[in-house]
Structures are given as C-alpha cells and as structure tokens.
Design a binder for this molecule. Structure first.
Ligand code: ZN
Length: 405
C-alpha cells in the first residue's frame, strides 16, 4: 500500500457500548470485537442492501478467535452473504486508515477495539461520496508496549521516547510534519500539538480510532488525518469543500452508564455441543426462522417437523423483524457458574411475525425492563462455552439506543 491511493467514502457508522464514562467505554460481558464490529458495520450500511457489500475488512488487535477465525459470525451478524470475502487484519489506527484508502468499492472497512471499547465502520462506494487519499505511510518499530499471542503484556511505556523518537521521527521521514485536522491513536493531550486548532476528542485509540477520526473530520468538512500506533504512522486526506458531497455519519453512541455490579460465579459452565452449535448457526446468528413450505408456519429454532401442520418437507430460512416488544420478563439472582448474576431475561414478540423468543436483556441494568417495553434485537456474545464464543440475540430496550447529544 503506497501513497496516492484514492477511494470514495460513501457512509460511516459508529458504535460505543453503553457502559463506562464519556472518556473511556468498556465492553459489557456480552460483547467482544465481533459484536461491536457488527453494530458499527450495520450503522455504516444503513439502508444499503446487504448484496452491495462485496468484501469486509476487520482491523483489530483484539479479535476473539485466532484459530478458525471470526468471519462467519461477522458476516452472519451483518446479514451479508456467507460467500463474501473477509480479511481479518491485526493492526491499529494506521492499518485501518490505510485499509480505508486502499480497498475497492463495495468494501466495508471496520475497526474495533476493547480498551477503550468501541467500533467504527465505513462503506466504500463508487459514484457519490468524499475521496480519501493516502498521503503517506511509515512503518517503524518502537515497541513501548508488547503483547504476544498468549496475551502476555510487557510495558516499557515512555511517553517522551514514544513522542520524539516515535511519532516525531516517522512524520519527518514521511515528509509530512505539518499540522493535521485529527489524530487517531494518541490521547487528546498528545494529539493537540500535532493538530491545527482543537482536534476532535476520539473515544478509542486503536484501529477504530482512525474511522472515528474520519467521522469527525467528515462532519467538519474534510481535512488531513494522522493515524499513529507506537512509531508507525499513516496519513490520509479526506476531501472537503462545497463541491464534495457530505459523508453521512450514523452514530450509535448512547449516553454511558456505570457498568452494572454483578457477581461472576466460578465453576464449569455448560459445555458446548458443537453439533448443536453448527446446526443452529445460521438461524441463530442471522435471526432467521424456518418457514414451512406447506403451511408457511415459522419456527425458531427451526424444527424437522412443522409444529403447524406436521410437514417434514425442507424449509427455508427467512429473516425475522428486529423490533421487539417485551411479552414477559424476569430477573435471575441465583448464581450460575460462568455467568454474571443478576441478569434479566425477556420473552419478546418479534415485530408482527408471531415469533416469540427468549433472550437476555442487554444495555440496561438488571431488573429495569418491564412488560410492553419496545426495543431491538442485537447480536451479543451470550456465553463462552468451552472456549467458544456463543453468539445470539439479546433485547436492547429502545430508550438506550438513543444517540448522545
Ligand atoms: Zn407447516
């Protein structure tokens, strides 16, 4: 990937988990990089048909699975065809910025991070949007903090060394020492001297920070973005001005709440049955029901024999509505090994489909949901069983999905 590459940004979507503070969000115990990437990706896609997504690039340093990969739950959660190409890239803000400036039209580029937590995505298009041009990129090694594949962290943090021998030297080498509109990958205090004017405060410092920076610069009418990870930098220019169409930015950034104080009960959880996991995967992760070919009856989970007419004909999967209403709810206080208690469950009606689903409540303190509440079904990591992230849908009460002012 060299300088001079140009892409067109069609839309941007962001997602912040509802827990933490304005300065730093934390992922709930039912979230990981895949669920956050899905939330941001769906925002960026907006009403674009899933069929327009030709490839997905996920940039993160916190991917849940190293073996086997994360492509299948990511595509299922996005509602994109399972044949779509997925590239999982280990990287920070420079890798995400370079990916955004280099991928072909029809690519959904997503950055997602755990600490601080957040995700942002952009959809690259052909005809209408703002041009993003890669101005320069320098990869250098100054490993002030290391984390190996076993998760072992060594911290040699030296902010002055990182600033002067890291970012400073890399910018000189790139021949791009001027001020920029936004800096991704550094805290606000370190970003300020590199910026012209007051740089936008970004909620993350990893891969997603590059796309949060693009969102902020798009809202300010274009400009130069610097992305930093240790001593590696990438610089890109987002076109602006009256002749450039405004890039729509859809933010899903609820007002943060203090994380609920739950108790994690030690002990072995329910082991996974991989045969059941595989059989349920598409219906469970795409929120789809089996429709009987004879009588049209919907069943979730899909059943071999139709409960409406007894037919054993092959069924087809149909997407279910994601708007939901609480039919009944309860809060569980009994300690359950491997789960955090208390937690709330809700039996919800899915749109007008007639399908009712038992789901965890997410994004709201336990016990705060009532019968008749409206909300949305969102992808969450329901459990980790035998080391396998078990994804499914949880009920997010509607008032918590509102965007922060
Ligand atoms: Zn039937």
């Amino acid at each position: 990937v060299g300088p001079g590459l140009v892409t067109v940004i069609q839309s941007i979507g962001t997602y912040l988990p509802p827990w933490g503070t304005t300065a730093a969000r934390c992922a709930g115990h039912d979230e990981d990089v895949v669920t956050m990437a899905v939330a941001a990706g769906r925002r960026a896609m907006g009403s674009s048909p899933a069929g327009t997504i030709r490839s997905v690039v996920l940039v993160s340093r916190d991917v849940p699975l190293l073996e086997g990969g994360n492509a299948a739950p990511l595509l299922a959660g996005l509602g994109v065809d399972a044949a779509t190409e997925v590239r999982e890239e280990l990287g920070g803000a420079p890798a995400a910025l370079a990916a955004a400036a280099a991928a072909p039209a029809g690519t959904l580029v997503i950055g997602a991070d755990l600490g601080p937590a957040g995700a942002a995505a952009l959809l690259l298009g052909g005809a209408r949007g703002a041009e993003l041009t890669l101005a320069g990129r320098v990869s250098r090694s100054l490993p002030v903090v290391t984390r190996d594949a076993h998760g072992e962290v060594t911290d040699y943090a030296d902010p002055r060394l990182a600033r002067e021998r890291g970012v400073g030297v890399s910018l000189e080498r790139a021949g791009l020492a001027g001020k920029v509109a936004a800096v991704a990958g550094l805290g606000h205090k370190l970003a300020a001297p590199l910026s012209a004017g007051d740089p936008p405060a970004l909620p993350t410092v990893g891969a997603s920070a590059a796309i949060f920076a693009l969102a902020a610069v798009a809202e300010r009418g274009g400009g130069r973005i610097l992305a930093v990870e240790q001593a590696t930098v990438a610089i890109a220019d987002l076109a602006g001005g009256p002749a450039v169409p405004a890039v729509p930015v859809a933010r899903n950034e609820p007002v943060p709440l203090p994380p609920p104080s739950g108790t994690a009960t030690p002990g072995p959880g329910i082991a996974i049955s991989l045969a059941a996991y595989e059989r349920a995967f598409d219906a469970k992760l795409r929120l789809a029901a089996a429709r009987c070919a004879v009588c049209g009856c919907l069943s979730l989970p899909p059943r071999y024999r139709c409960l409406g007419c007894g037919s054993e004909q092959p069924t087809e999967l149909v997407d279910l509505p994601r708007d939901a209403t609480v039919y009944s709810t309860t809060t569980v206080h009994v300690p359950v090994p491997s789960l955090v208690t208390p937690y709330s469950l809700a039996l919800v009606d899915l749109g007008g489909s007639g399908v009712r689903l038992l789901a965890h409540v997410t994004g709201a303190p336990p016990g705060s949901v009532a019968i008749g509440d409206a909300g949305d079904m969102v992808l969450r990591r329901v459990a980790v069983r035998s080391g396998v992230p078990d994804y499914g849908y949880a009920f997010l009460p509607r008032e918590r999905t509102e965007v922060a002012a």
